[in-house]
Design a protein around this ligand. Structure first.
Ligand SMILES: Nc1ncnc2c1ncn2[C@@H]1O[C@H](COP(=O)(O)OP(=O)(O)O)[C@@H](O)[C@H]1O
Ligand SMILES: [Mg+2]
Length: 274
């Protein structure tokens, strides 16, 4: 059987989610098709050359192991490591710079700047959101008034500034390679991770596909996080192309089975087994 190094942090403590449950479920199935070794992302170095494929999964925010992550990505390129996701994405893999870029390109994203000098590029808002450019899991995310923002010492290029969007709900679209798998939403705004299945319309999928096409990852799992504004449009919150949590234990059985089948196929192809 082909050998997979499955990178995850089983101890990662994520708000409202149990990463390890998802990974134990997924690896429990994958082990029927591959030889699987579960590995903390900080410890992969000595195993990387012994496997057919490295699967990067629920490792938690990379800020927590920044140095190890950067060295890993360096080795991926230098040693041409076979990884899933492929490390060619422009999204979360590289921090949140893409929010600035996509704002510039007029994509439907929450308008984002990285300097107070650019405030004129945002519509006037009562409340602003600031977040670190390399953040995840809401770490360092704050809601502040315009006055606080103006008085705050914020380093250009390190902190992103957005207007606070008074959205109806948040919705996520999950893709394997370029194929849409399922969508989930959080009907209760206060409970970000209490998710339910969401019936995506053609228009919703067109929205999500714009980002999948822009990011152009051939091999990988991506999650497009969006919010539905009061006026009914979708705006991108996050393009997760590094380690998106899948909420796989919360989707219905058919969807889950289809997802796992596609996942196995994608991994087999990456291992040259197909
Ligand atoms: N501009 C915004 N307006 C309103 N809510 C926001 C905004 N940005 C983030 N949030 C809220 O904070 C959560 C986390 O923000 P996100 O950008 O996804 O960062 P993280 O990388 O920490 O997940 C979002 O899911 C959303 O609920
Ligand atoms: Mg998020």
């Amino acid at each position: 059987m082909k050998k997979i190094l499955y990178m995850t942090d089983l101890y990662y403590n994520a708000n409202g989610r149990k990463y390890y449950e998802e990974d134990l479920y997924i690896t429990g199935i994958l082990r029927r098709y591959f030889d699987i070794a579960i590995c903390n992302p900080r410890d992969s170095h000595s195993f990387e050359n012994d496997v057919d494929l490295i699967v990067f999964r629920n490792t938690g925010g990379v800020k927590g192991f920044k140095e190890a992550y950067e060295k890993f990505v360096e080795r991926v390129h230098k040693n041409k490591l076979n990884t899933f996701n492929e490390f060619v994405g422009k999204g979360d893999m590289k921090g949140k710079q893409y929010l600035i870029d996509l704002t510039e390109y007029n994509y439907p994203v929450i308008p984002t700047i990285d300097s107070k000098n650019d405030l004129n590029k945002l519509l006037e808002a009562d409340i602003y959101v600031i977040k670190p450019i390399d953040g995840a899991d809401s770490i360092g995310l704050e809601f502040i008034t315009k006055e606080e923002l103006l008085n705050r010492d914020i380093k250009d290029k390190e902190t992103l500034i957005q207007p606070m969007i008074d959205f109806e709900y948040e919705v996520s679209f999950y893709f394997i390679n370029n194929k849409f798998e399922y969508a989930m939403y959080a009907p209760d705004k206060e409970k970000r991770w209490k998710l339910e299945m969401y019936n995506a319309s053609d228009k919703d999928l067109e929205f999500a596909m714009k980002f999948i096409e822009w990011n152009d990852i051939k091999n990988g799992i991506q999650r497009i996080d969006a919010c539905r504004t009061k006026s009914g449009e979708l705006l991108l919150v996050e393009l997760e192309d590094l380690n998106p949590y899948l909420s796989i234990l919360e989707v219905d059985e058919n969807t889950r089975e289809k997802f796992i089948t596609d996942f196995i196929d994608a991994l087999k192809r990456m291992c040259g087994d197909k």
